[in-house]
Design a protein around this ligand. Sequence first.
Ligand code: DGY
Length: 436
Amino acid sequence: MDKQNLIKGAKAVLNSNFNEDKGFTIPCEGLYPFQWHWDSGFIAIGYAHYDMEKAKREIESLLSGQWNNGFIPHIVFHNHSDTYFPGPDYHRSDLHPAAPKDIKTTGITQPPVLGFVLKEIYEIAQDKTEILEFIKRNIDKVYKNHQYFYTHRDPYNEGLVYIYHNWESGTDNSPIWDEIWQTMDPPKYKYERKDTTHVDASQRPTNSEYDCYLHLLEIAKAHNYSDKKIAELSPFLVQDPLFNAILIKSTEALIELYEIISGHSEKIESLKNWLEKAKKRFEEKLFDIHSNSYVYYDLRNQKHIVHTTSSSFTPLFAGIPNQERANQLVKQLETVFGSDNLFLCASFDPTSKHYSPMKYWRGPIWINLNWLIYKGLKRYGYFDLARRIKAETINFIEKHGFYEYFDARKQKFETAAYGGNNFSWSAALILDLIKE
Ligand code: DGY
């Protein structure tokens, strides 16, 4: 596919996944038929390159699902669909008093991308005055979301927030969570999986993993999604480097945007305090000197989960490490994840016995993680490696189309595309990479 056809194809995917009536984009037909939080953020960046009105609608429709306490859910159910489980009647956001009355959502969140997405869109926009009007209308809602995190998701006041569900991480079935599943003994729930009717089951999480996922939701629902109770009781309570790096990057972006808008000194001060504390604690707590990478902290069981994943490299995107530590990290990226027989960047350590190159977040390459790592590499001046990851990312899409995830093994390139096809963020982020 040449560049013009790639751009045309990407726009066609986004436009066909856009729900004109409700103003949002599904991640993928059948498999993900509602509005997903971090998908929408990445999707808005793609629209910003050719249809700013859609970019704005995408963000505003997501924010229409925000709760009164600042929480932004991982799915907003604007529409009806029978092709996904668990849907709105399972999640029951109405149990929480702060949830909107007129729209159903989930009671879990996803990596808080909106802060940096607003900044990306500002950079892309030709008409800065006009886009600033949009940002002014929405930025306080995103600020309130950050306030929610530092008020309700940081019980030891460390500057690092926890997630209480693997779906909050975005990296749903990463081997990282396996140790936590072993601490749980969920009932065998009766339910009908829908995802495996759209995608080969060998590329999706197992049923026993799904039992754990549902059990975490059952515990939260039994306590009406009370943050306090969840922090006390959830068997899953993790400080995730991807989630916290994204929150940090978004905090930095909100500061930059408020400074452009001017006149918000109190908010800027709070954001700066959160930022400084978060970066410091991230460095102290999440860097593991043995594996030379950022790892996870299991707050419930008070221990690190020491594996390297593609998330381990996202602190570069947020400007967290100093140059020396960045060098160590990039060496790891280049030699272990980017060795001769691999494309960048597998979602899980390819030398580990848990690496599974065709299974969702247990090994395959994801376009959004590659995008974050690409931006991070550029931030620290690793231009050659940045060019490599960009070229390899585009190459997958050129060869196979806009799939959800890809096999990192070079010898599998001919058949490397997995998961859903016509996947929105793959299209949106390719547009951004090409247009850059
Ligand atoms: C799923 O259903 O697989 C989603 O990733 C949950 O957000």
